[in-house]
Design a protein around this ligand. Structure first.
Ligand SMILES: [Zn+2]
Length: 289
């Protein structure tokens, strides 16, 4: 792998950094060998993080001559890969200056931040590191080829593509939702309550069931518990199961599909068919979360 940090000089944004890396290593295999890439880019070690409440950290000096990535133990290899990508992002993005002492620690919540235009600098930094990790581990040119082949969105796509790119299903969900042309949302549920969801704000309407709320009584979730890894049928459902009345009126149809996961978790794929408005898109980006 013929790449070094000098090659990335003067490149600042997550998108530009990943584009340069892919240009320098055009034959980068999938799954992306993130550890080897780190070694080439002056990460001198990947070690265990022992601080309670944090998922990953970057230890570096003021000049960032080299860095050590620390990852919480006991995480799945896929979550670990994303954490490593995230910390490599902090290391390479020039504006992500390390705090005094050089240890930048990141929580699980920060590893899910997505708004790269957030007014809060730290939140924006975390979203940028996540964007870098996602783009690097799931290179868009390759991911798009897979997405274009999909005729009807199915939650099994996420399982299959997560395996292919060696990322978690949740990391794949975010990219799938973002880059699919369909109006799709993924809802993560834990023990019957909505934990979080991902939707493409351009295509998919606002979801009325906020994190913390119980899964709607009408949902397929209440019909039968799925075993971990089991995939449910695609079921057509009333849009107002998940949407408020005004969004539901703009929705022609909606389907739900459930994936059973470990430890009381499950994941929904919601696919909506929207009535076409003037530009054919759903336009509530002011409520983007
Ligand atoms: Zn971070």
């Amino acid at each position: 792998m013929n790449i070094s940090r000098i090659d990335l000089d003067g490149v600042g944004s997550p998108t530009a950094l990943v584009a340069r890396i892919l240009q320098l290593v055009p034959d980068l295999p999938i799954p992306v060998p993130i550890v080897t890439l780190c070694e080439r880019l002056d990460i001198v070690g990947i070690e265990e993080l022992h601080t309670e409440g944090f998922e990953a950290a970057l230890l570096t000096d003021e000049l960032r001559s080299s860095g050590t990535i620390l990852v919480a133990k006991g995480r799945s290899p896929q979550r670990r890969r994303f954490s490593i990508g995230h910390e490599l992002g902090h290391f390479l993005i020039p504006t992500h200056l390390p705090p005094p002492g050089g240890l930048l620690q990141c929580s699980a919540d920060q590893l899910r931040m997505l708004d790269t235009k957030d007014q809060d600098k730290r939140r924006r930094m975390e979203a940028e590191a996540n964007s870098f990790a996602a783009l690097l581990l799931m290179p868009l040119t390759i991911l798009r080829k897979h997405l274009q082949r999909i005729r009807q969105p199915d939650i099994s796509d996420i399982v299959r593509l997560a395996k292919l790119f060696d990322v978690s299903k949740e990391a794949m969900s975010r990219s799938y939702v973002d880059y699919s042309r369909e109006a799709i949302a993924i809802v993560v549920v834990s023990k019957g309550r909505v934990l979080r969801y991902y939707r493409n704000a351009r295509h998919f309407p606002w979801i009325a069931i906020a994190p913390g709320m119980i899964v709607p009584a009408d949902s397929v979730w209440h019909d039968r518990r799925l075993a971990p890894g089991e995939i449910g049928e695609i079921v057509e459902w009333e849009p107002d199961t998940w949407l408020d009345a005004s969004s539901a009126r703009k929705t022609v149809s909606m389907t739900e599909q459930l994936l059973g996961q470990d430890n009381g978790f499950s994941m929904f794929m919601l696919v909506a068919e929207m009535r076409n408005d003037d530009d054919g898109s759903w336009s509530d980006t002011s409520r983007f979360r």
